[in-house]
Design a protein. Structure first.
Length: 103
């Protein structure tokens, strides 16, 4: 239960804190960062679709190291920056979840 709370706390609370602390249009930026959940669509191609004991990092296409390079590049243009931040937060949450799996 603690792992679940940490994982989803990072997914939802970190973007909220960033959006609230940096921007007047916080709700817009928060929703853009939450849109990064779209990368979890790659779980649909896994068997089983959900496995609580599987690390997503480098297991799924959109969670691969190659995809992470693209997410870092998305931070550069102003138009994609907030989505890129959301993707990086998502990957960090999944990375921490993987670390907690190995404890």
């Amino acid at each position: 239960m603690t792992r679940f709370a940490i994982h989803y706390g990072i997914h939802f609370l970190v973007p909220l804190v960033i959006a609230l602390s940096l921007q007047k249009k916080w709700l817009r930026y928060y929703l853009i960062m939450l849109a990064a959940f779209v990368i979890d669509l790659d779980h649909l191609f896994a068997t089983p679709i959900f496995d609580a004991n599987r690390c997503s990092i480098n297991t799924h296409v959109l969670h691969s190291y190659y995809a992470m390079v693209v997410y870092l590049i998305l931070l550069i243009p102003k138009r994609t920056r907030w989505f890129g931040i959301g993707l990086i937060i998502h990957i960090c949450a999944d990375w921490i979840d993987c670390a907690l799996l190995n404890l």
